[in-house]
Write a protein of this length. Structure first.
Length: 64
């Protein structure tokens, strides 16, 4: 999946229906279940840039 740049991690998870709400995104991120570029990310407000790859379980999202 491809997302536009200039979006936060929490917004990206919501936009791609990985989670239903921002609260769910917060819980998932703080639990260490989300990786950005292969590293666990615990900041929901992290700004994503072109080329970043988000991984949640088997789901993979690419920022374009």
């Amino acid at each position: 999946m491809r997302l536009s740049s200039d979006i936060t991690l929490g917004q990206a998870l919501k936009a791609e229906n990985v989670v239903g709400t921002g609260g769910e995104a917060k819980i998932l991120i703080q639990a260490g279940e989300v990786r950005v570029n292969g590293e666990v990310e615990i900041r929901r407000g992290r700004k994503l840039r072109e080329g970043d790859v988000i991984e949640v379980g088997e789901e993979r999202l690419e920022i374009r």
